[in-house]
Design a protein around this ligand. Structure first.
Ligand code: ATP
Ligand code: MG
Length: 358
């Protein structure tokens, strides 16, 4: 079995020096607003993906007026114990596994998978397409390094292509030869990206099926519909069709960097028709479906539900808990355990947090 046994935080967010132990199953982190619940689970997330799910800049995570934040995690990995240390400073980040510095952060990625549901996830439903693309990229990438490589190549080529478009010169026109080389190379990466996104959404739908329905008390069935900006088969035609527009706007107007997907509840667009509780239910169902999907690829997975209960009625809250399996290590943050059933409380570790763990 794989789980996080112990964590130690130094100068991370509101924590100066804090350590605690966890159990392999449900860990419920309880405390008032602003005591450091989200910060604690953010640290766990960082141990998995070497970056935060919410901080746009790493230095935000360093405690005010300090220079280095350190997160140390002790993982039970089958019979072995692994020590992972992530340090964050103005100069950058470093990750150590069992006292050896990893040559790059991306080499470390994939040690374990992590799924977080947090209040920001409502943005999956209500936010713009870039949030949904990030969801696809982060989560496909967790178990598919080839996808990450395709994505990195694609982004590099896109940047180069846009630079060529911007370098339009009245006299010499465009470097059409370079433009065409970049277009072809982009198409080849784009095909892989679109096809992986398609596969991922298909599989996610099969794991999502029934979840939203169950949490809502058989009222709401959810489905995701992929909306590629351009189908993988017609990329070349589309690139030709849009070439003059690209030249006018000096940017690339086709390709997977413009993809999106719709989230439907009972066949209707959730962003337009669903209530806040329904939107939260569907976003959460997507994350729980995702956890099931990732579990088919790796046994090393940690699930975090940050502030999952707000806006959900007590019936929905209890159904969410029933959906959680005991096979995984789960972290739940909440301001109160009043609404939680005896059974859940009996099987969980309750961790009370006060100001920054002090
Ligand atoms: N870099 C930092 N240095 C010091 N304190 C910080 C830093 N970043 C955030 N904080 C503070 O840490 C505290 C805890 O924030 P956190 O989001 O973890 O609270 P929370 O327990 O999840 O609260 P809520 O119930 O409202 O979600 C807040 O007061 C926040 O302002
Ligand atoms: Mg919080």
């Amino acid at each position: 079995m794989f789980y996080l046994n112990k964590i130690k935080l130094t100068n991370f967010r509101c924590y100066q020096s804090y350590s605690t132990n966890f159990i392999p199953h449900i860990n419920i982190i309880v405390g008032n607003n602003a005591v450091g619940k989200t910060s604690l689970v953010e640290a766990i997330y960082c141990l998995g993906l070497t970056k935060s799910h919410k901080a746009s800049n790493d230095v935000e995570m360093i405690k005010n007026n300090k220079e280095v934040a350190v997160i140390k995690g002790l993982f039970q990995n089958g019979e072995e114990q692994d020590e992972i240390v992530l340090s964050i400073s103005e100069k950058g980040k470093k990750i150590n596994k069992n006292n050896k510095t990893e040559p790059t952060l991306s080499r470390y990625l994939g040690y374990f998978s992590i799924i977080i549901f947090s209040p920001e996830d409502l943005g999956l439903v209500t936010g713009g397409p870039s949030e949904r693309r990030k969801f696809l990229d982060v989560n496909i990438g967790q178990t598919n390094k080839k996808y990450l490589k395709n994505l990195m190549n694609y982004r590099k080529l896109l940047k180069q292509r846009n630079e060529v478009l911007k370098l339009f010169n009245e006299k010499e026109g465009y470097d059409d030869c370079l433009l065409s080389i970049l277009t072809k190379a982009m198409i080849s990466e784009a095909k892989e990206i679109i096809s992986e996104r398609k596969n991922f959404i298909d599989s996610l739908n099969s794991y999502l099926f029934g979840k939203c329905d169950y949490i809502s008390g058989e009222k709401e069935e959810a489905k995701i519909v992929y909306k590629p900006n351009c189908d993988e088969k017609s990329l070349f035609e589309e690139s030709e069709l849009k070439e003059s527009l690209d030249k006018i706007t000096k940017t690339t107007n086709w390709g997977p960097h413009r993809d999106d997907f719709s989230i439907l509840i009972n066949g209707k667009e959730a962003s337009k028709y669903a209530s806040q509780g329904q939107q939260k239910t569907v976003a959460l169902s997507m994350k729980l479906g995702l956890a099931d999907l990732i579990k088919t690829k790796t046994e090393k997975i940690i699930v975090i539900l940050d502030d999952v209960f707000g806006e959900l009625d007590v019936e929905r809250q209890n159904r969410v808990l029933k959906l959680l399996t005991f096979d995984d290590q789960i972290f739940i943050t909440t301001t109160t355990t009043d609404h939680l059933s005896e059974k859940v409380l009996k099987d969980s570790q309750i961790l009370h947090i006060e100001n920054g763990g002090e």
